[in-house]
Design a protein around this ligand. Structure first.
Ligand code: GDP
Ligand code: MG
Length: 158
């Protein structure tokens, strides 16, 4: 039987969640996991329909998810400051063993950076999250971010 893992993408509006997912699914993969595990690992990745703008992401969105990407925009301190609130939601609604990766997106916009890499990494370490900076625009670390979460879920024996 194949594995199907549900994963959610959360974070403030306009940080690039939908673009990350679009970039990841376009690469239609060289990476369905078959090669390493002999079974197809399917990811069912949920994106919001914009309800995060009203902080109206409900428990149904999180239900059954084994992994999450919390995304902020490295050019927006405000989006980074909201990360703890997204973590609270995860802790309220999601599986406690969930694999979570903090993604500082738009790293192609280095000249507009408002959140130093070290600050993002520190928060991740303090909260026990994986961490990467990504760019949906130039594809930096996009595949790696999703695959790291899926691999961790797999190896934790889901
Ligand atoms: P969402 O609201 O979190 O789903 O954000 P979107 O994916 O809709 O992206 C919001 C805006 O940011 C759009 O104008 C995107 O083109 C832009 N954007 C998303 N990701 C990146 C990125 O990695 N780099 C840059 N420069 N722009 C991005
Ligand atoms: Mg979106």
């Amino acid at each position: 039987m194949d594995y199907v893992f549900k994963m959610v993408v959360i974070g403030d509006s306009a940080v690039g969640k939908s673009q990350l997912l679009a970039r990841f699914s376009k690469n239609e993969f060289n990476a369905d996991g078959r090669a390493t595990v002999g079974k197809l690992v399917k990811a069912q990745i949920w994106d919001t329909a914009g309800q995060e703008r009203y902080r109206a992401v409900t428990s149904a969105y999180y239900r059954g998810a084994l992994g999450a990407l919390i995304v902020y925009d490295i050019t927006s301190a405000a989006s980074f400051e909201q990360v703890p609130r997204w973590l609270e939601d995860l802790r309220a609604y999601a599986d406690p063993g969930m694999v979570v990766l903090l993604a500082g997106n738009k790293c192609d916009l280095g000249e507009l950076r408002a959140v130093p890499t070290a600050v993002g990494r520190e928060l991740a370490e303090r909260e026990g999250l994986l961490f990467l900076e990504t760019s949906a625009l130039d594809a930096t670390n996009v595949e790696k971010a999703f695959l790291t979460v899926l691999e961790q879920i797999f190896y934790r024996g889901a």
